[in-house]
Design a protein around this ligand. Structure first.
Ligand SMILES: [Fe+2]
Length: 170
């Protein structure tokens, strides 16, 4: 599955990387051919590509064993050739990563449920924990390319003012 939609001034391109009954993912020739055509068609629009499996190694061993198994190299080349792509946003990892990817920023997002334990070793145990559930908010404004925030699902104490009567509270 794949589709594109304009949200405000941003062109969102969604690519379904899931494969039935598998934990790893992939991008098919058909999807990548469509992506190439779509990027050419909307070359002047700030673009975000959204997909489930990240197209990079996370260093968390058990997650990298179920990563994007194919199509990542061609995706990399297409992003490199299309400077309008500012972000490649992904899920799957249940933990936030941001990294450079072919001149854009590729990222994963925390989960709104459980998180994958941060253990960047090849033989990391396949474990999850209950770190705070979170998600990302993407903002696009004139003169601000694409900005992202991590926001938490639960309510926390505060807000507390930094200042009172014009003075910093110790
Ligand atoms: Fe997944």
């Amino acid at each position: 599955m794949y589709y594109t939609v304009k949200i405000g001034e941003v062109r969102l391109i969604a690519l379904d990387t899931t494969i039935k009954d598998k934990h790893f993912g992939g991008l098919s020739e058909e999807q990548l051919n469509w992506l190439e055509k779509t990027l050419r068609q909307y070359a002047d629009e700030t673009t975000i590509i959204a997909m489930h499996h990240p197209p990079f190694q996370t260093l968390i061993g058990h997650m990298d064993k179920i990563s994007l198994a194919y199509g990542g190299n061609r995706l990399h080349d297409l992003v490199k050739d299309n400077a309008q792509v500012k972000r490649v946003i992904c899920g799957h990892l249940h933990r936030a990563i941001d990294m450079g990817f072919a001149g854009a920023i590729a990222s994963t997002t925390p989960s709104v449920a459980h998180q994958v334990v941060l253990d960047i070793s090849p033989d990391a145990a396949s474990c999850w924990n209950l770190e705070p559930p979170a998600y990302k908010i993407y903002v696009h404004q004139p003169n601000v390319e694409v900005l992202s925030y991590i926001a938490y699902v639960n309510d926390y104490e505060g807000p507390y003012p930094f200042h009172e009567g014009g003075k910093l509270i110790d």
